[in-house]
Design a protein around this ligand. Structure first.
Ligand code: IMP
Ligand code: MG
Length: 172
């Protein structure tokens, strides 16, 4: 990885996350915000984003898995970790590392909606457009990319590379 140039160096990610945190802090000021992060990929993004917010916030996690493995989603998704706190009538922001086909977010939005939050929106660090199968309108996006397979800053390939401070494209 050392010889690869990051597509998003750590300093750039820090600027993007700061910008998102400023927007979210302003948009949700005076409301009852719950950040729900999708494990595992969003764990680093969530921890940085949460610490940059200037408003009070509750935090919880969900996890979904698609059947099968590899770098492409099989399209059949199941929940592997349930929500742990009550989000009814609260303002929920689903925090994701990356939107690819959109199937995971679509599934998680349906799941969260079933608990009747007051509002429900998506914050994704990366919006990867090439393989999109579901219309998803994330309210907050760090960076739009066309294609690639990205690792680092929480993103993995076969569970490797999550701890890299920058984001790299394995296809490059
Ligand atoms: P989707 O359901 O196809 O939108 O895929 C979302 C999930 O697939 C993400 O939460 C990641 O875990 C994984 N994923 C999609 N694209 C990438 C990538 O470029 N690098 C690492 N993981 C990815
Ligand atoms: Mg993954």
């Amino acid at each position: 990885m050392a010889e690869l140039k990051p597509v998003l160096p750590a300093e750039e990610i820090d600027r993007l996350v700061s910008g998102l945190a400023r927007q979210i802090s302003s948009d949700y000021s005076g409301r009852d915000l719950v950040l729900v992060a999708a494990l595992k990929g969003a764990f680093i993004f969530l921890s940085d984003l949460a610490r940059k917010l200037a408003i009070p916030v509750a935090i919880d996690f969900v996890q979904a898995a698609s059947y099968g493995s590899g770098s492409a989603s099989s399209g059949r998704i199941r929940l592997t970790k349930e929500l742990g706190i009550d989000i009814r009538d609260r303002d929920v922001l689903l925090v994701e590392d990356i939107i690819d086909t959109g199937l995971t977010i679509d599934f998680l939005l349906d799941y969260l909606r079933s608990f009747h939050p007051r509002s429900l929106a998506v914050c994704a660090l990366i919006d990867k457009r090439e393989r999109r199968q579901r219309q998803i309108q994330p309210a907050y996006v760090g960076r739009v990319v066309a294609a690639g397979f990205l690792v680092g800053y929480g993103l993995d390939y076969a569970e490797a590379y999550r701890n890299l401070p920058g984001i790299y494209d394995l296809n490059r």
